[in-house]
Design a protein around this ligand. Sequence first.
Ligand SMILES: [Zn+2]
Length: 328
Amino acid sequence: MATENADAVQHQYIDIGANLTDPMFRGVYYDKQKHEDDFDAILERARNRGVKKMLVTGSNIEESRLAVQLAEQHKKLLYATVGVHPCHTMDIETSGDPDKYFAELEALARKGKEDGTVKAFGEIGMDYARLHYAPADVQRKHFTRQLDIAEKLDLPLFLHMRDCADDFNAILYPRLSTLPRRGVVHSFTGTHEEMTSFVAHGFSIGINGCSLKTEENLAVAREVPLERIMLETDAPWCEIRPSHASSKLLIQAGKHEQALKSGFDKVKKEKFVKGKMVSGRCEPCAISQVAAVVAELKGISVEELCEVAWANSVKMFGFEESVEYNNS
Ligand SMILES: [Zn+2]
C-alpha cells in the first residue's frame, strides 16, 4: 500500500466532523447487521492517510455520551462534541423532562471539557430542510436553550444550519458578545451571502462533500477566506460522488487522480471484505478528497491548504499536539 502511505507522509488532516458513533461503523445499517464491526479498521485507514485528529459529533444525549466514550478510549486521536442536533430536538420533548435532559447535557459537556475530551458544544442549530424530524418552533426553542448552556460552558460552537439562515442568525447574532469563542458552521451548503455573513461575525466554515456538490456550492467554497476554512467528512454521510460538481475537479487535477483512485476501492456492504471501504459509507480517510477539491478551487497546494486548515482547527478547538503513529 505504498501509494497510501506516500499520501500520509505528505499531508496531515483534522476531520472536524465525523459521526463515528453511527452504527454503520459497526456494520449495522438501518438496524440490520450487514457485516462485521470494522470500527478499528476505519480508524487505522484514517491514520494511514494522515488523519491525525477527528472530532466525533454528538447529536443527542446518548450519542454525545458515546462520542465522549470514544474520545476517552482514543485520547489525542478522537475528541467529542456534546449537544442536540436540530433533527433530534424531539428527543428532548419526548424525554418527559427537558430540564433534566439539559442538566445532564451540560454536566457531560462540562466534565468532558475538564478532561480534555470535549472540544465543542454541538451539533446544535436549525434545519428547515428536514422539518419532518422536528417542527421549526421546536428547533428554535431548543437552539436558543442550548445557546444558554453554551454561554456558561465557554466552548466553541459546532453549528448546523440548513435552509434557515434568517431565523438562525436572528437567534445567534444578538448573543455574540457572550459567545467569544464563536464556532464553526459545519457542512456548509448556504449561499455566498450567508457565508460572508458568518465569516464577518467571526465564524469558520466547515467544508465536506455536501458543501461541494453543485457549481454554486463550488463558487461559494472558493470564496471562503483561507483563515476560516475547516475540513471535514461528516462520515458516514456526505461523500464525494461521481455525479457531484466536485468530482470533475478531482479528475481534472492530474496530481489528485491518484488520491481519487488508489486505496478507495469500495465493496457493497453485502459483499464486505475486511480492509476495504463500503460503498455509500463515507469515512474520515476520504478527507483527502475534500482537501484536494478545495485546494484546486483555491488554486493552492494541498499541503498549503492542510497546514492552514490544521492551524484554524487547532486554534478554535485547542487540540493537543499530535501523537505520532507508526504508519509502516
Ligand atoms: Zn450537521
